[in-house]
Design a protein around this ligand. Structure first.
Ligand SMILES: [Zn+2]
Ligand SMILES: [Zn+2]
Length: 458
């Protein structure tokens, strides 16, 4: 919107005493794409596949990570749906799920380079703010709290987007950086893999690679300078409903939550990946909603499989977010998906809009207040219509016959994780909802399963 139109908008607002929120001022868009998990061995050695696949679909299989056809098709779909965006968030996990023996620094770096090249080919003049995922490191998830060869090589790949000399140093030290967008939004691109419980190197530290101190200092400056900050990264803070535990070591989860709450006035949104499912969490201060964290669904359709359980099938997805460039307020988001069985059956990529958040959830925008209303509605009556929408979109519109059931415990865990982002508060929420005995049995089961088989690694 140019200055003249903006002025007209203000005048119209004043004349008709229309709240400012109804005037979409200077809207911008960005893409969020995450968890490609490219399997270069698909339909050959099937390194990532969790089940025997006999009929390899052109665009992939629910049991396997993404073949190149799917990776390419996702990026092309982004361009077809909206080529002109202000920037792209790309939150890691480009490498397939497989044993370390099938990977190496060169292989992981090669995958990162290939996907970087693909994104640049399709979006040559669009800044991309990229972050690492736990699977991008070799050995898997073992990010050290210091400089290493993967950071060096990746900076060479991403140097077009990380240009400031200080930020290059941050990236080389810890795999994190900050950048100001062309429209004055400050991006904090984090390496939260340093806090992930699968990282056996960092668990005893208090501030791996000095990232917390850096975040705090940067957010203090942003507060002084009245900046708008968007936080992005791979492993999200909060509690995983299927495990009733945080992804992060507890002290790191607590610290992340503390920082986000302390600086929520300047934080306009948080965008993470890693869960593969479409999910969100709401930060509240004394009951008042202050920030929303979005977990975008993955490109890979891969389902986990451990002896005791399997993950839900889900379709590949990409996400477009609309925001106000002046205030940073998130106005809407549209999630697009590939119908994997239909695409494979027809031999052509079938991408469509999955849902439009404001229209289909009937909310005004993506603000914390709107999400508070949504959480209240979803929580109000157990498996309500609102919950059913969330449940279907969480697995990106898989066909009804493939949609798992969410029993009472599942429902409770999900509702509790929406706005209880630390262990104590989440446990209290679950306890409150289902009563002591069931909760203890369920928690005990989680502890036993975790001890026996390890936590599921996304
Ligand atoms: Zn991950
Ligand atoms: Zn992943």
């Amino acid at each position: 919107m140019d200055v003249k139109n903006r002025t007209r908008c203000v005048v119209v607002c004043l004349l008709f005493v229309t709240p400012w929120t109804f005037c979409v001022a200077d809207e911008g868009w960005f893409w969020h794409v995450t968890d490609f998990h490219y399997d270069f061995s698909y339909a050959d050695l099937d390194f990532s596949c969790n089940d025997d696949v006999t009929n390899h679909g052109k665009f992939g299989d629910y049991w396997c990570d993404a073949p190149w056809q799917l990776v390419q098709s996702s990026v092309k779909a982004m361009k077809n749906f909206k080529a002109e965006v202000d920037f792209i968030l790309w939150t890691g996990d480009n490498v397939l799920h497989t044993a370390d023996e099938h990977l190496s620094l060169d292989i992981n770096d090669g995958i990162l380079s290939n996907i970087t090249t693909l994104l640049v080919q399709e979006f040559d003049s669009t800044p991309i703010y990229a972050t690492f995922g736990n699977h991008d490191y070799f050995p898997d998830a073992q990010f050290p709290p210091n400089n290493n060869e993967l950071y060096n090589r990746t900076l060479d790949n991403w140097v077009t987007w990380i240009t400031d000399e200080e930020e290059k140093k941050n990236f080389l030290r810890g795999g994190y950086y900050s950048v100001m967008t062309n429209h004055g939004i400050r991006i904090l691109a984090l390496n939260t893999n340093l806090y992930y419980t699968s990282d056996k190197i960092t668990g005893n530290l208090t501030d791996p690679a000095g990232q917390f101190a850096w975040m705090e200092s940067l957010l203090t400056n942003s507060t002084v300078n009245n900046e708008k900050v968007l936080i992005t990264g791979h492993v999200p803070p909060g509690i995983v409903d299927t495990m009733s535990k945080p992804w992060m070591y507890q002290h790191f989860n607590d610290k992340m939550n503390e920082i986000i709450l302390k600086y929520s006035d300047v934080i306009i949104g948080l965008h993470f990946g890693h869960e593969h499912m479409d999910n969100f969490r709401l930060y509240t201060k004394s009951g008042t909603p202050v920030a929303v964290l979005f977990c975008a669904p993955s490109v890979t359709p891969w389902r986990y499989k451990i002896p005791t359980s399997t993950g839900a099938p889900h379709n590949p997805a990409i996400r477009l977010v609309q925001y106000d460039r002046q205030t940073g307020r998130h106005l809407n988001m549209i999630t697009y998906y590939m119908d994997l069985p239909a695409s494979n059956a027809q031999g052509r990529a079938i991408w469509a809009q999955e849902y439009n958040a404001t229209r289909d959830y009937a909310i005004d925008d993506l603000s914390p207040h709107s999400f508070k209303k949504l959480v209240d509605r979803i929580s109000a009556s157990g498996a309500s219509t609102e919950f059913n929408k969330y449940w279907k979109w969480r697995v990106v519109n898989v066909q009804d016959e493939m949609l798992d059931e969410c029993n009472e415990a599942c429902n409770t865990n999900i509702i509790c994780q929406f706005s209880h982002l630390d262990q104590t508060s989440y446990d209290a929420c679950v306890l409150d909802a289902v009563g002591t005995s069931t909760c203890l049995v369920s928690n005990l089961a989680v502890v036993l399963i975790s001890a026996l088989f390890g936590l599921v690694s996304y």
